[in-house]
Write a protein that binds this ligand. Structure first.
Ligand SMILES: Nc1ncnc2c1ncn2[C@@H]1O[C@H](COP(=O)(O)OP(=O)(O)OP(=O)(O)O)[C@@H](O)[C@H]1O
Ligand SMILES: [Mg+2]
Length: 305
C-alpha cells in the first residue's frame, strides 16, 4: 500500500513565557500513513498533536524534519490539492447558513458553480444536515457545527482528510455519528488522520495509531500489535465465600449486596475459586477475563516516570 503522508525527524521549538525561553515541543517525530487507512494520532493534552498537524499543513514551519504529502514535499502547494482539514477550533461565520458556508469554501477551492451546486447537497446529505441547510450557523449546536466542519473538510473531494480532535466536546451520540462518517470515508477509499485523547474512539475506528507523549512518539503500529491479547487477570463476581478465604486465591475487592469482586491474576487458580464457591454452596455471578486495552497501554506510558 502506498504512503500518503510521511513525517521524518520533525522538530519544533516555541518561545514561551514572559521572559521568552525556547521549549522543544516536538522532539523528532517520525511516522507514515498508508493510503486507505484510518490513522489515530493519540496523546494527552499539550503533547504536541495540533503542533504536528499545523506543521503538516504548512501553517507553521518546523525547525527540522521532512514531511511529504501525497507524494510531494509539503510546502509544494500541489501537495495539498487533495487534502481536507478540520481544525481543532474551527471558526464559523455565524451569519452564514450551512449551505452558504460550504459554498464559500467551494469558492476558495475555485470549484465551478455547477460543481458546487452538485457537491454541496451531497455533502449535506453525507453529514446528515440536509434539514439544517438553510439555517444560520449561530443556531447550530456543537455537534451540528462539527458535522458542517467535516463537510467543509470534504469540499475539495480530498484523498487525505486530516481531522484535529473531530470528536471533542460531543456527546456519545454525536461521537458515534462522526465515527460512522469517518468509517464511511474509509469505505470510499479515503485516508483519514485524526487526533484525539479519547481512547475509546480511537480504539473503535483506527487501523493504526501513533502515541505521542511529551513531543515523542512512544509507540506506533496496528492496534492488534500494540495491545496484547494476553489475559491480564480475571474478574469473578461471587457470593457465599468469606473474603479471608478468597484472599489466598486472589484479590477480593468491593463487596456489594453480599457479592465480592475477586481479581485472580493466576489462571490456574480460577478452578480453585470455582471449587471453593461450590464447596461453600455460594454462587458465581460472572467471570470476565480482562485483556490489555489501549487504555492500559496509554495510561502506562503517560504516567509520570
Ligand atoms: N504558538 C505557540 N507558542 C508557544 N507555545 C505553543 C504554541 N503552540 C503550542 N504551544 C505549546 O506547545 C505544546 C503542545 O501544544 P499542542 O496544541 O500541539 O498540543 P495538543 O497535543 O494538540 O494538545 P490538546 O490535546 O490540548 O489539543 C503546549 O505546551 C503549548 O502550550
Ligand atoms: Mg490539539
Amino acid at each position: 500500500m502506498s504512503t500518503i503522508l510521511s513525517i521524518d525527524g520533525l522538530r519544533k521549538t516555541f518561545s514561551q513565557g514572559f521572559i521568552p525561553r525556547r521549549k522543544e515541543i516536538l522532539k523528532g517525530i517520525s511516522f507514515a500513513v498508508s493510503e486507505g487507512e484510518i490513522f489515530g494520532y493519540l496523546g494527552p493534552n499539550g503533547s504536541g498533536k495540533t503542533t504536528t498537524i499545523k506543521c503538516v499543513l504548512g501553517l507553521i514551519f518546523p525547525d527540522a524534519g521532512r514531511i511529504e504529502l501525497c507524494g510531494r514535499p509539503h510546502l509544494d502547494p500541489r501537495s495539498k490539492e487533495k487534502v481536507g482539514f478540520l481544525p481543532e477550533n474551527p471558526y464559523f461565520y455565524d451569519y452564514l447558513t450551512a449551505r452558504e458556508f460550504l459554498d464559500f469554501y467551494g469558492q476558495l477551492f475555485r470549484l465551478a458553480p455547477d460543481v458546487r451546486r452538485e457537491r454541496i447537497p451531497a455533502l449535506l446529505k453525507l453529514v446528515d444536515m440536509e434539514r439544517a441547510a438553510d439555517l444560520s450557523l449561530r443556531k447550530f449546536s456543537r455537534g451540528m457545527l462539527q458535522r458542517i466542519g467535516l463537510a467543509q473538510a470534504l469540499i475539495n473531494e480530498p484523498s487525505l482528510v486530516v481531522l484535529d480532535e473531530p470528536l471533542g466536546g460531543l456527546d456519545p451520540i454525536g461521537r458515534k455519528e462522526i465515527r460512522d462518517i469517518i468509517l464511511r470515508l474509509r469505505s470510499e477509499g479515503k485516508t483519514v488522520v485524526l487526533s484525539s485523547h479519547i481512547l475509546q474512539d480511537i480504539e473503535m475506528i483506527c487501523d493504526r495509531v501513533a502515541i505521542l507523549v511529551d513531543g515523542r512518539i512512544l509507540s506506533q503500529g496496528r492496534l492488534t500489535d500494540l495491545v496484547s491479547e494476553k489475559i491480564l487477570f480475571t474478574e469473578i463476581v461471587l457470593s457465599g465465600v468469606g473474603d479471608r478465604e478468597l484472599a489466598a486465591l486472589g484479590e477480593p475487592l468491593s463487596a456489594q449486596a453480599g457479592r465480592t469482586l475477586l481479581k485472580v491474576y493466576d489462571e490456574a487458580r480460577i478452578q480453585a475459586v470455582l471449587d471453593l464457591v461450590r464447596d461453600r454452596k455460594g454462587n458465581v455471578h460472572s467471570l470476565l477475563p480482562r485483556t490489555q486495552t489501549l487504555e492500559d497501554l496509554f495510561v502506562g506510558m503517560v504516567r509520570p516516570r
